[in-house]
Design a protein around this ligand. Structure first.
Ligand code: C5P
Length: 306
């Protein structure tokens, strides 16, 4: 049996260029893994069946069939490196909000690759798993590694960004989810009407500020190019962001394609206090406390591995 704990992510910067001919957008994404975890348990079988059960955050709304990224990850690994009789019984305990912009589904995909690699004794390297991860989704490779990393391409080409210190976050969960493809599509529509000017360029001084580990400096440099599109699709998020700032956050931003909002705080006690205050705000379903960066499921990534 294998148990793998995979963190969620936020994007300290998400800089998005126009849509490419293949439908994806060229990005510069500074990922940070944060201490909300999905835990994957995998037990090997020899009947060729890949089965999944789940409990926890949003799991009642998720299918457990081949449309689930966790099942697809096991199928892909078996198809490329295994044999048909390999089966697995998987269970996922979810903490990462569903359809929330924190890569919960991608975390499950990454965790299943690691867990099944172990229980099926396939001995594939992280680099080999990373190739499969990129086929599963743009954020999946980062979740194999964790920590802080700069992603380019569609987010799958990674370079480790060593970062001192620890950032204290509060996450405000929304009552409903947002579809990532829909947010990107809306981003394109906004670009077409000239409301935004897409660019994947992340200036070096902004990257340095985001990797400083100093919450006040990081707060001034956070950037999410998908935020405007998420706010047009989900206008209540503007109120959520305003509530966090009014209650003392250093900065707030939408996580990835949203709708979860992240608030950066000066220290742990002020983050604890903010989480309590925001829990009572109307349009917020729940709050979560977390910190980052945290190591990935197999410890801290190094440049050699990426
Ligand atoms: O890669 P993944 O399957 O997670 O992406 C989901 C959707 O998000 C894609 O189908 C695409 O619409 C959008 N996307 C994008 N550009 C990226 C990453 C994702 O347009 N770099």
């Amino acid at each position: 049996m294998s148990i793998v704990r995979v963190p969620g992510k936020i994007n300290l910067a998400l800089c998005v260029a126009p849509r490419r001919p293949d439908g994806y957008h060229e990005l510069s994404s500074l990922f940070q893994a944060v201490s909300l975890y999905d835990e994957i348990t995998a037990e090997p079988t020899t009947d060729g069946q890949i089965t999944l059960t789940m409990h926890g955050e949003g799991s009642e709304d998720l299918p457990c069939d081949s449309t689930n990224l966790a099942v697809r990850a096991a199928e892909l690994l078996r198809a490329r490196h295994g044999t048909p009789e390999l089966g697995v019984r998987m269970h996922i305990a979810k903490q990462i909000p569903m359809a929330g912009g924190m890569a919960g589904g991608s975390a499950d995909g990454a965790g299943v690759l690691l867990a099944c690699n172990e229980v099926w004794q396939l001995n594939r390297s992280l680099a080999e798993l990373s190739e499969l991860a990129a086929d599963l989704g743009s954020d999946v490779p980062f979740l194999l590694y964790g920590g802080n990393a700069l992603g380019t391409g569609r987010g799958e080409k990674l370079v480790v960004q060593p970062t001192p210190g620890r950032l204290e976050w509060v996450f405000a969960l929304a009552p409903r989810g947002l579809s990532t493809p829909l947010v990107y599509q809306h981003f394109d529509e906004m670009a077409d009407r000239g409301a935004i000017t897409p660019s994947s360029e992340l200036p070096a001084d902004q990257l340095d500020a985001l990797c400083s580990g100093d919450p006040k400096i990081v707060a001034g440099a956070l950037r999410n190019d998908l935020q405007a599109a998420a706010l047009e699709l989900y206008p209540e998020l503007a109120q959520t962001l305003a509530s966090g700032l009014a209650a003392g956050a250093l900065a707030g931003l939408v996580c990835g394609s949203g709708p979860t909002c992240a608030f950066l705080c000066a220290d742990a006690p002020s983050a604890d206090e903010l989480a309590k205050q925001l829990a009572g705000v109307g349009q917020i379903r729940a709050t979560r406390r977390a910190h980052g960066p945290v190591p990935g499921p197999r410890g801290q990534a190094s440049d050699d591995e990426l």
